[in-house]
Design a protein around this ligand. Structure first.
Ligand code: HPA
Length: 242
């Protein structure tokens, strides 16, 4: 099978035992962190900490181009992204895992293409289906083998952050058909597409989205939920047939 990378987000810094570490440099700058070689189950992959190690880079300041290009230069052909999200669909309780099949990009001002100047080729990539079917199926199969109920499908809203959303924004995202909301799915997914890498997202629901509960969203509670949910994520990767 071709080389796999996992891009880990909030709460997913130390999911796996790592061995080798590989610094990366790219024409787009330096990625968020060195890639580390991780093993799980019978498989190995490169793991990249999206927010840096330690966690310090906010979603809108991540150098997504360096991250994707750096992984490509390591020989990576497939990427599984782990994204912490808020749940818009009330059925998605904190701790739920979702494998979305669509996204809507609400971000702005991020460097979102490798074709950014007159010297680079103009890239009008096909993006009707942003996530790779085979990788999605692999995640869903792994969830079944691990006895973890994954939600198959749903639309991920990607907001600019770093603030959380207003209640009205979440109501709008719900009307737009989004079931989860995160801040890091784009431009990561489209850059992977431009780079010719297969890409899928495993969303970890950290909290009910803004305005869905009377209590304000608590960052301590998000961390607590993610810490527990990551145990499921790790078990799931242990069953991934890669
Ligand atoms: N909104 C956006 N991103 C998030 C959220 C949220 O509620 N929770 C975790 N990441």
């Amino acid at each position: 099978m071709s080389e796999l990378a996992i891009i880990g987000g909030t709460g997913a810094l130390d999911l796996f035992e790592s061995s080798e570490e590989r610094g990366m440099d790219t024409p787009w700058g330096v990625p968020s962190a060195p890639a580390v070689r991780v093993g799980f189950g019978r498989a190995e992959a490169w793991f990249l900490a999206r927010h840096g190690r330690p966690h310090r880079i906010p979603p809108h300041r991540i150098n997504y181009r360096a991250n994707i290009d750096g992984l490509k230069r390591l020989g990576v052909k497939r990427v599984i992204a782990i994204n912490a999200v808020g749940g818009i669909d009330a059925a998605l309780e904190p701790g739920s895992l979702v494998v979305p099949d669509q996204l809507i990009d609400y971000t702005w001002g991020r460097s979102h293409t490798f074709g950014d100047d007159e010297e680079s080729p103009l890239l009008h990539v096909e993006f009707a289906h942003p996530f790779a079917d085979r990788l999605r199926a692999g995640l869903l199969d792994a969830g079944r083998s691990a006895g973890i109920g994954l939600k198959d499908g749903g639309c991920m809203a990607v907001t600019q952050g770093p603030r959380l959303e207003t209640a009205a924004e979440i109501a709008r995202l719900a009307r737009d058909g989004c079931s989860v909301v995160g801040m890091t799915g784009m431009p990561e997914a489209v850059l992977a597409r431009e780079a010719g890498l297969d890409y899928a997202s495993l969303c970890v629901v950290a909290n009910p989205a803004a305005g869905l509960e009377r209590e304000p969203i608590s960052l301590e509670e998000i961390e607590r939920v993610l810490a527990t949910a990551m145990l499921d994520v790790r078990r799931l990767f242990g069953k991934l047939a890669v």
